[in-house]
Design a protein around this ligand. Structure first.
Ligand code: SF4
Length: 336
């Protein structure tokens, strides 16, 4: 199975799947608040119409530059101002990154994501190094994704020329709640980078985090902003906060799995063709909760760096879960 083309017109696709970009908050909220089984039924119906057989894309994430970030994202252990014990490392070498990508590919990952704890990309040797990593990952036959902070238009074009498949830049939450979580940049900064990524022809990966103290309205507001973009993001990661000691959100109560399920199902209904990624926080969910998230339309799983060691028990658990559910991993697709 290959991913559906991401053309946004005509608005009605085969099997009656409708792409809309004019949702209202009230509409999003009414979907989110449907009786759970009705919500699941609708989301699964749209999911099947969009994708057919349920397959899951396996993504591997490597931190290529860890810690020491000047931003103040309240959830993040990599912010230099939070005392979380995360050391500030240098940018990894291209050789190290490509070795990690090769191991991830051998373990079944079709997308390799590289994250750097930067506020923004700066032109210069480090950016050139990242461009080399992107070329190398593509040469391995994998999709390459980066998350490097804010980008200028020309940097987005250079990443596109290097073959970057997707750029991750999460909105995290609603515009209204954003200032409670981050003060060192604005929602508009975020949306500007998304526009640069889109204009360069790179797929957009953008989602959010649940459990930071936001309201249900904020969750719906974030989904609304994503769904009302001129083109829907090709991928929408939904994270549950991992409350790390030393961060301002260390005492947040964990998100209930059913809250994740509701947001995933709503994302599936609003953005029928997006890959909805079950991302951080997954390891604290039961197998049943993870399966319910897949039922709600999640069709991509993030593996942590620990995927990169072959005898990793978490990796083995993931494969056992997919096998038990009869869900097959997705092959790489031939697009960008
Ligand atoms: S910009 Fe990224 S790495 Fe830096 S503090 Fe925010 S989430 Fe963490």
């Amino acid at each position: 199975m290959s991913l559906p083309a991401h053309a946004e017109s005509p608005a009605t696709l085969p099997h009656g799947v409708v792409l809309r970009h004019d949702w209202t908050l009230a509409e999003v909220r009414s979907l989110h608040d449907l009786p759970l089984l009705e919500l699941l039924y609708r989301a699964q119906t749209v999911h099947r119409a969009s994708f057919g057989e349920h397959r899951v894309q396996l993504c591997s994430l490597l931190s290529i530059k860890t810690g020491g970030c000047p931003e103040d994202c309240a959830y993040c252990p990599q912010a230099a101002r939070h005392h979380t014990g995360v050391a500030a490392d240098k940018l990894l070498t291209e050789t190290d990154v490509l070795e990690a990508a090769t191991r991830a590919r051998a373990a079944g990952a079709t997308r390799f994501c590289m994250g750097a704890a930067w506020r923004e990309v700066k032109d210069g040797p480090q950016f050139e190094q990242v461009l080399g990593m992107v070329r190398g990952v593509r040469a391995l036959g994998m999709e390459a994704c980066c998350t490097l902070g804010m980008l200028t238009e020309s940097q987005a074009h250079r990443l596109a020329e290097a073959g970057l498949t997707a750029y991750n830049h999460n909105l995290d939450t609603s515009a209204e709640f954003y200032g409670e979580i981050i003060s060192t940049r604005t929602y508009q900064d975020r949306l500007r980078t998304l526009r640069h990524v889109r204009a360069a022809g790179i797929n957009v990966c953008s989602g959010g985090i649940l459990g930071m103290g936001e309201s249900v309205e904020d969750r719906c507001g974030m989904l609304l902003t994503l769904a009302n973009q001129p083109t829907h993001p090709e991928s929408v990661p939904i994270n549950a906060l991992v409350a790390v000691p030393g961060t301002p959100l260390e005492h947040q109560r964990p998100v209930e799995p059913v809250e994740m399920v509701r947001v995933i199902a709503t994302a599936r209904l609003l953005m029928p063709l997006a890959m909805v990624r079950l991302s951080a926080g997954r390891l604290s969910m039961s197998r049943e909760a993870q399966l319910l998230c897949m039922m709600a339309g999640a069709n991509s799983l993030f593996f942590g760096e620990k995927l990169l060691t072959t005898d990793n028990p978490e990796y083995a658990d993931d494969m056992a879960l997919l096998a038990a559910a009869g869900v097959k991993p997705l092959e790489p697709y031939a697009g960008r």
